[in-house]
Design a binder for this molecule. Structure first.
Ligand code: RIB
Ligand code: CA
Length: 320
């Protein structure tokens, strides 16, 4: 399954990278970086550190993309994730991003194999929207676009109505949902993350005690967010990003999905980033499939297998 991961690398984004590196169905073509969770340069370091922990530094090219949203001021999630490094670090000498801009890489890689490469977008949609605007044939060249974002008629997280990825760049999100992609799959925050992609602390403690570098890294990267999630009344460690990639690689994890018309509120007002997900009653032309239920046990089994994977880090990671 060839794919590109467009990410704002912190916490669960790093888990998605690890899943993409080890899943037997994954043909991991590129990591494209977008402004989101934490500082842009830190996100790039987090991506390189993740590749290093997996023992695969240099095996997947990292491209730097849009370091600011299209119109709205950037908003970070550092209050949720810290800087996304989990307090870990390594020698980043020589860990360079590719010369090519991420938007150009998205356009080139999908144009080289029209209709074969999917994109998994687990951060704000700035890079994806910019690619659409730069070359409209992009929409036709992308096999499927899997998006982590929005809530399906439920709670937001960054505000009562908005999920973070759509909130950071709502204009980009609307461009993407209007662009005409043949197959968009949305993995929403509410309710699916809560019901099927949240790891309760007892299972989290069990899984992260596997004694491998990946398990230790996973715990370091996710502890801060777990504390935040529980303080916010969420029942454990949230993993919507890795679930999004998992559903591309293992479609059987999607137990229920519906066709919806998805639109995102632009601007910087009270409802910035709100995602309207209109089901058939409203007689709107659908533009996406929205996951309504996923196989939580199957997903957790994937995560458990990932954390038990033995690796020799490419470089020493201090604190691992
Ligand atoms: O709202 C959830 C999204 O923002 C995920 O992509 C995660 O990275 C969080 O920061
Ligand atoms: Ca993310």
């Amino acid at each position: 399954m060839p794919f590109i991961l467009d990410t704002d690398t912190a916490q669960d984004d790093c888990v998605a990278i690890l899943l993409g590196l080890f899943d037997p169905h994954a043909d991991f073509r590129a990591i494209t970086m977008v402004a989101g969770n934490v500082g842009f340069e830190q996100q790039i370091k987090n991506a390189h550190m993740t590749l290093s922990v997996a023992g695969k530094l240099g095996e997947v090219p990292v491209f730097a993309g849009c370091s600011q949203p299209m119109l709205q001021p950037w908003v970070s999630a550092e209050d949720v994730h810290g800087d996304g490094s989990g307090g870990l670090s390594m020698d980043f000498t020589g860990c360079e991003v590719e010369q090519e801009h991420a938007v150009d890489a998205l356009l080139r890689i999908t144009a080289e194999s029209p209709g074969e490469v999917s994109i998994v977008a687990i951060g704000p949609l700035t890079n994806i929207a910019t690619a659409v605007v730069k070359d409209r044939s992009f929409v036709k060249n992308v096999k499927s676009l899997y998006i982590m974002g929005g809530s399906n008629n439920g709670r937001g997280n960054i505000t009562p109505v908005a999920e973070f990825n759509f909130y950071v760049d709502p204009e980009a999100a609307q461009i993407v949902f209007d662009a005409g992609f043949a197959d968009i799959v949305v993995m929403p925050w509410d309710p699916v993350t809560f019901n099927d992609a949240t790891l309760p602390r007892p299972a989290y403690n069990e899984m992260t005690s596997a004694g491998t570098p990946i398990a230790t890294f996973f715990k370091a990267m996710c502890d801060t967010t777990l504390d935040f999630d529980e303080a916010a009344g969420i029942g454990g460690s949230t993993h919507p990003d890795s679930m999004t990639l998992a559903t591309l690689l293992h479609p059987e994890l999607i137990q229920q999905a519906g066709h919806y018309r998805v639109d995102v509120q632009p601007g910087n007002g009270l409802t910035r980033g709100y995602a309207s997900m209109a089901w058939d009653t409203f007689k709107k032309e659908p533009n996406a499939r929205v996951i309504e239920k996923a196989d939580r046990e199957g997903f957790f089994a994937l995560l458990d297998g990932l954390l038990r994977t033995h690796t020799t880090p490419s470089r020493d990671v201090a604190g691992l």
